[in-house]
Write a protein that binds this ligand. Structure first.
Ligand SMILES: Nc1ncnc2c1ncn2[C@@H]1O[C@H](COP(=O)(O)OP(=O)(O)OP(=O)(O)O)[C@@H](O)[C@H]1O
Ligand SMILES: [Mg+2]
Length: 225
């Protein structure tokens, strides 16, 4: 059985009387250790797809099985507390907008998910490891406002990795970076995939970055091509 199995995954947003079909009957599987590139024009449903896949949003219909556990099946989904455990244990998220907390330092932002993960709270060894991995050791005590765009992006990636997730979901991780920084992020993702068998779901408009995917989900108007 694949690590993740999606069947007829559908998301319809409702705004007043308007219905927007953002994702239509998506069928796909993700093997452990794969890199999946999610591509498509703006508004094609990429963020919707990864949000549903990452259990941040409920699908309107369809089913999603993660690591043998049925998370959604038609309209039925796990309880909120069970979903929270799936989110914490399985996934690390890098959002399209970084969502760094401006009043917390780099170090504190990175540690934020660990605060909610019992047992990891005092794991300073893991913090040192991710700071080094992302080249942020000299920026640990800076506030986000004192960082470059690339450093903010790397802080967001470090935060996604602090709890050692099985799957990294990265929505446009190089969206705000120049080509040199994008290349660095690309190499880092490849290294994490190869050395740690991290499964990566990567939303990107950057064709060079999309090439690292061993599978591509190309969306058009919410439909996988
Ligand atoms: N919360 C929401 N309520 C209503 N419509 C939404 C909502 N979120 C997204 N949409 C609509 O759903 C469609 C898919 O949006 P989505 O954010 O998934 O696209 P995307 O492929 O990630 O685009 P981009 O490349 O610009 O980030 C769009 O038409 C968008 O306007
Ligand atoms: Mg998006």
């Amino acid at each position: 059985m694949a690590f993740i199995e999606a069947k007829n995954l559908t998301k319809i947003y409702t705004r007043g009387t308007e219905k927007i079909q953002a994702l239509h009957k998506a069928n796909f599987t993700v093997e452990r250790g794969a890199i999946i590139a999610v591509t498509g024009a703006s508004g094609s449903g990429k963020t919707t797809l990864v949000n549903v896949l990452g259990c941040l949003d409920n699908p309107t219909s369809g089913s999603l099985v993660i690591d043998g556990q049925t998370v959604f099946e038609d309209k039925v989904h796990l309880s909120e507390s069970a979903l929270t455990i799936v989110r914490r244990k399985i996934f690390g998220y890098v959002f399209q907008k970084f969502f760094l907390l401006p009043t917390l330092t780099v170090k504190e932002n990175i540690l934020l998910p660990a605060v909610f993960q019992p047992g990891l709270r005092a794991n300073s060894a893991r913090l040192t490891e991710v700071l080094q991995m992302l080249g942020l050791d000299k920026r640990a005590n800076h506030l986000p406002g004192q960082l470059s765009g690339g450093e903010m992006q790397r802080t967001a990636i470090a935060r996604a990795l602090i709890n050692n997730p099985s799957v990294l979901i990265a929505d446009e991780p190089t969206g705000n970076l120049d080509s040199k920084r994008s290349e660095e992020i690309k190499n880092l993702l490849l290294e994490l995939n190869q050395k740690q068998n991290l499964t990566i779901i990567l939303v990107t408009h950057n064709p060079d970055l999309a090439k690292i995917g061993n599978q591509t989900l190309e969306l058009k108007d919410g439909i996988i091509q």
